[in-house]
Design a protein around this ligand. Structure first.
Ligand SMILES: NC(=O)c1ccc[n+]([C@@H]2O[C@H](COP(=O)([O-])OP(=O)(O)OC[C@H]3O[C@@H](n4cnc5c(N)ncnc54)[C@H](O)[C@@H]3O)[C@@H](O)[C@H]2O)c1
Length: 415
């Protein structure tokens, strides 16, 4: 098929390459000229093993205009506004661009994360105006950047269409691209809802452990050990982990889409609202923790060099969207803290070149992202330098090893 993939970011680019690798004729549509330039050179703007593998024998063409295709797959961002309201402007814009050229029997698929109803209430009216007999489906993306096992080629997908013909056509298209099960659902709304359920599930469960961590901490219970213990139950328990906060374009954003949609249909999502509140407050909790622990060592927050490790919202990627690290940094700066910032994946935003220099400068280390680099450190580096306190915001370091060196350690729900 001739396929246009609209938006060549974390979602669209791997999908476009995967579709091309299966023999489809793929054009990538992108507004960012830098990305178009890179993609047309056969290179990647995203440093993922899976993408490098695909690029070794696949290439796609990128351009800034949508062209006539059998299928248009829309993968543009769906952020929230400053007041946490869904911002569907880019989905509307991309749909309008498709509407300008769509012909009868062509398929439009929305992969962007949206709330239930967007396809029928926002996308469909734009396409209806064309007077063409189009097909429309939603196939929510599940990609997990940085994941070595699961990629766009092997993650099962859910597809729901506006009608049976749309569902069937979209299902066949995805079966020809992806080597995993493609599950059809009876309503386009149900497909939209699956993604919202998956992501709110994560947000609510993370909020739950964030709350438990704070309570167990007061009782002197090591919550990391508790989670390990509970995880030995072979059924009915799924481990989630507390931390400095929830980031990313999905889990920190999608619940707001559902909360607003619920409001519009007269339902108040108390559970989702509370989860957002707990998770959004974790940077505040972290800063209090830093302050209290420095106090115990009789060190002032102003005048102690505090090292922030990790800017991206999750390990081993350079994605900083909605990352709680920035909230922690802002709050520490408001307290006149003297910071040194380092992320091995974001050298441009780092104050130092590498881990050695970072440890040399900081007296208090705050781990905001559990990159492999920090998880695998040789603990002697802490002692060799002047580190007095480690605030492990991801519970990813060895507490015993650090304590053995006579350095104070505190995690989220453990000390
Ligand atoms: N990144 C993930 O892990 C992930 C996982 C599942 C779902 N999603 C969802 O997928 C969607 C896309 O996310 P992403 O992470 O790929 O975003 P991204 O920001 O990495 O990429 C989106 C790209 O779309 C381009 N774009 C915007 N408007 C355009 C237009 N009209 N025409 C052409 N290109 C346009 C942007 O320039 C950008 O490069 C979002 O709804 C997101 O919530 C993302």
């Amino acid at each position: 098929m001739n396929i246009s993939v609209i938006g060549l970011g974390y979602v669209g680019f791997p999908l476009a390459l995967q579709a091309a690798s299966k023999g489809h004729n793929v054009v990538g549509v992108e507004k960012n000229l830098g990305i178009i330039y890179t993609v047309n050179k056969g290179e990647t703007h995203l440093d993922e093993e899976f993408i490098h593998d695909l690029l070794s024998n696949t290439k796609i063409q990128a351009q800034d205009k949508v062209e006539n295709s059998d299928a248009y797959i829309i993968c543009v961002p769906t952020p929230v506004t400053k007041t946490k309201l869904p911002d569907l402007g880019l989905v509307k814009k991309a749909t309008e661009e498709v509407a300008e050229i769509i012909q009868d029997n062509q398929l439009v698929v929305i992969e962007s994360t949206i709330y239930p109803g967007v396809c029928e209430e926002i996308v469909k009216p734009i396409l209806d105006k064309t007077g063409k007999k189009y097909l429309l489906a939603h196939c929510p993306e599940r990609i997990n950047p940085g994941d070595k096992k699961w990629n766009v080629g092997n993650i099962p997908r859910v597809v729901g269409g506006l009608d049976n013909e749309s569902t069937e056509k979209a299902k066949r298209l995805y079966e020809s691209i992806i080597d995993a099960e493609i599950v059809g659902v009876s309503q386009i709304k149900a497909a939209e809802a699956t993604k919202i359920l998956e992501n709110t599930f994560r947000d609510v469960n993370i909020a739950f452990v964030n709350e438990m961590a704070q309570s167990f901490y007061r009782m002197g219970i090591d919550f990391a050990e508790v989670i390990k213990g509970s995880s030995t139950k072979p059924f009915g328990f799924m481990a989630h982990y507390p931390g400095v906060g929830v980031g990313g374009h999905c889990i920190a954003v999608d619940p707001y889409y559902m909360i607003e949609k619920g409001k519009a249909s007269g339902f108040d999502h108390e559970f989702l609202t509370l989860a957002r509140k707990i998770n959004s407050n974790m940077p505040i909790y972290t800063v209090k923790l830093i302050q209290n622990e420095l106090n115990e060592l009789e060190l002032p927050i102003k005048g102690t060099k505090i090292g922030i490790y990790g800017l991206s919202y999750k390990p081993d990627v350079a994605d900083e969207r909605e990352s709680p690290s920035y909230n922690v940094i802002k709050r520490l700066r408001n307290r006149s803290a003297d910071l040194v910032i380092y992320d091995p994946y974001m050298k441009n935003e780092s104050d130092v070149e590498g881990l050695n220099e970072f440890f040399k400068e900081a007296e208090c280390i705050v781990v905001c992202t559990a990159h492999s680099e920090i998880k695998n450190i040789d603990y002697d580096i802490l002692k060799k330098n002047n580190v007095k306190l480690v605030v492990d915001g991801r519970n990813c370091l060895n507490k015993e090893e650090i304590n053995k060196l006579g350095i104070r350690y505190v995690g989220v729900g453990r000390k």
